[in-house]
Design a protein around this ligand. Structure first.
Ligand SMILES: Cc1ncc(COP(=O)(O)O)c(C=O)c1O
Length: 415
């Protein structure tokens, strides 16, 4: 259980036993802290390795609960780290892995954040939650709210992937489509929370989605130890991550700092590569301009719905995380990121989301420029399943065989 909640920008401490959104002084994100010095003696990698619990809650000491059975859980986390066979366009990399977050409940990494946030909100007496979403967060919020018996109000851009809208409606959420971007949805949520008393679960405006997502960083260190058949935790040389609101990237860096304070790892860090889409790349622009904060990205448009975030409240945290790690930031076109999806599918057997496709294309580009070396240990995050984006691919002109025609298989040879 956390022992502090303080502002990421001004450091102001906030009470931990009360519902909180942004800092009461400067309206920046609040971040949970733990008494890691006291945990050190009893919370060790060996203790975690012996646990049989198959979810991210095996790290419960650094999550917002007193015990794992308090968690609102659907089995999130413990996703596979898949080593990429060196073939086709992957042949130039010798140590490439994909952490495949599509294995989560509701098929995206958003499950981790929602499990933690809804656990904490329900514990503090919340009965209805609301959030703006690009898609996957809506699906995850719906199902964790259902699991906890909470009402869930969702505000999504009108052109959100149909799969996300349908899963949310089926799961009983109150879904509202908005003729604008996720930032416009966020403004409606803010007003609705003030008027109707819902609890605002917006990313980084709620402190515990970050805590759930940081478990990707903890897990990776164990996954790589397993991959190297060692019990010593390891981090890769480079992590590539698709960033919208940035919670996953910031969360992993937080996990690495906590693991160092626990004495689990040293001071070495992976270079963090932040990947966005060319049609919405506010953080990449700010990174290139050497700025601390990002400007609103005008006319944001990309098929990678999770990356269509024109303004992020945690912009300064993402920029800090990338720079402090010696990483970089780059944007990929929609054409290229969809090609990335096809390549992951055909050469690796992974049906990735477009955000995952972007990350793979970013790795290829960084290898071509020499920023990445072919033998470096590199982890790509595939943050969700391609199944939620089936609408992006056309399969209209498939041959239909007449099974009554004895010659029908001849057509197989002709196509
Ligand atoms: C599949 C996918 N990848 C990446 C992101 C961006 O995540 P974050 O807000 O942690 O930057 C999203 C957010 O909606 C998403 O759905």
């Amino acid at each position: 259980m956390h022992t502090s909640l303080s502002c990421a920008a001004c450091g102001l401490a906030h009470p931990i036993g009360r519902l909180q959104n942004l800092c009461s002084a400067c309206a920046r994100p609040l971040v949970a802290g733990y008494d890691l010095g006291s945990l050190k003696a009893r919370f060790t990698p060996e203790v975690v390795q012996r646990r049989t619990l198959r979810s991210m809650w095996r790290f419960s000491e650094v999550l917002p609960v007193d015990a794992p059975d308090e968690a609102v859980s659907l089995g999130e986390g413990q996703t596979p780290l898949l080593r990429c066979p060196s073939r086709g366009p992957f042949a130039r990399f010798s140590n490439l892995y994909v952490k495949d977050e599509s294995f989560n409940p509701t098929a995206s990494f958003k499950a981790r954040g929602m499990s933690a946030a809804i656990t904490r909100a329900a514990r503090l007496g919340v009965t209805s939650v609301a959030l703006p979403s690009a898609g996957n967060a809506a699906g995850a919020a719906t199902y964790y709210a259902a699991r906890a018996g909470l009402e869930c109000y969702l505000f999504m851009p009108q052109d959100t992937p149909p799969a996300n809208i349908i899963e949310s409606v089926v799961g009983g959420a109150r879904v509202f489509l908005v003729n604008g971007l996720i930032s416009d949805c966020g403004k409606l949520v803010k007003r609705g929370c003030a008027e109707f008393g819902w609890f605002d679960l917006s990313t980084l405006k709620e402190p515990f989605r970050l805590e759930g997502k940081k478990t990707m960083g903890y897990e990776l260190a164990f996954d790589l130890a397993d991959a190297h058949r060692t019990t010593s935790l390891r981090l890769p040389d480079v992590i590539l991550y698709p960033a919208g609101g940035g919670t996953g990237l910031i969360g992993m860096c937080k996990a690495f700092d906590e693991m160092q304070q626990l004495g689990w790892i040293g001071s070495q860090r992976p270079r963090m590569v932040l990947v966005q889409a060319e049609g919405c790349a506010p953080i990449v622009r700010a990174y290139e301009a050497g700025a601390q904060h990002a400007e609103l990205f005008p006319n944001a448009a990309t098929v990678a719905a999770g990356l269509r975030v024109p303004a992020a409240v945690g912009d300064f945290m993402m920029l800090r995380a990338v720079r402090e790690s010696g990483g970089t930031a780059l944007a990929i076109s929609d054409h290229d990121l969809l090609e990335g999806v096809r390549e992951l599918a055909r050469w690796q057997g992974i049906y990735a989301c477009p955000e995952g496709g972007a990350v793979w294309k970013a790795a290829q580009r960084l290898l071509a420029t020499g920023w990445l070396k072919p033998d470096e240990e590199i982890v790509l995050f595939n943050t969700g399943s391609g199944l939620k984006y089936n609408h992006l691919f056309e399969v209209d002109d498939l041959p239909v065989l007449d099974h009554n025609d004895p010659q029908c298989l001849n057509r197989v040879l002709k196509t």
